[in-house]
Ligand binder design. Structure first.
Ligand code: NAP
Length: 205
């Protein structure tokens, strides 16, 4: 987020910070990344070597709008698939990349997944999921920018535990959810922030 809490403008991220992209890639590689339908559309494709899970309440519409992908509804089939493999379903010789979809954030149980579940935005999803997250990794971009999507309030729930990085353009802070520690040790979800730009990630992605 920027210093004025902006995370997006016109379904894009209003800055380009390759260093922070790299950090996000390291953080999420091999894990489950959960994103809202609008954020998925701003990317235009799934991020490789991660289990991409898109949240929508309109699965049919998503399939209709993106014929080159095959969206399969996630029904909590714990441990069914390795974290980052795509299933290619042959259909009349066309190969389609399969992406998981959930029609309810509330029904997502991190214990169903073999690896970390990382919430990757956008604003609607951060707003709804933040309180269930054990950790927040927040990139603060040292700018004031115009925007139409904002990071929700978190300061009353999370405490800073570590400054991961601090450079001229941005800093990354690791926060922990006060209400979840030390009482419960169950695995919770994590918020990773920042990579999902309006512009597709660097080609290396
Ligand atoms: N800076 C960052 O870290 C960052 C990260 C990600 C995104 N962004 C930016 O954030 C903006 C997009 O955020 P946004 O809030 O407009 O959209 P979003 O959160 O990405 O997606 C919203 C959509 O998600 C689905 N959804 C929401 N709540 C749901 C629930 N409880 N269960 C099932 N589906 C649910 C709905 O899809 P349907 O309408 O299909 O039902 C809804 O329209 C863009 O500008 C993007 O670039 C920034």
């Amino acid at each position: 987020m920027s210093e004025n809490r902006v995370i997006g403008q016109g379904n894009k991220i209003p800055w380009y910070l390759p260093e922070d992209f790299r950090w996000f890639k390291e953080m999420t590689m091999g894990h489950v990344i959960v994103m809202g339908r609008k954020t998925f559309e701003s990317l235009g494709k799934p991020l490789p070597n991660r289990k991409n899970l898109v949240l929508t309440r309109h699965l049919e519409q998503l399939n209709k709008n993106h014929p080159k992908f095959c969206f399969r509804e996630w029904r909590g089939e714990s441990g069914q698939m390795p974290p980052y493999q795509f299933n290619f379903s042959k259909f009349n010789e066309n190969e389609k990349t399969e992406i998981l979809v959930a029609t309810s954030l509330a029904k997502l149980d991190p214990m169903d997944f073999p690896s970390k579940v990382i919430i990757c935005g956008g604003a609607q999803i951060y707003e709804q999921a933040l309180f269930r997250c054990s950790d927040l990794y927040l990139t603060i971009v040292k700018r004031i920018v115009g925007g139409d999507a904002f990071f929700p309030a978190f300061e009353d729930r999370f405490q800073a535990v570590e400054e991961m990085r601090d450079c001229a353009e941005f800093k990354i802070i690791h926060f922990r959810n006060r209400s979840l520690f030390p009482a419960t040790q169950s695995r919770n979800m994590t918020v990773g922030q920042e990579l999902l730009s309006g512009d597709n990630p660097p080609d290396s992605e």
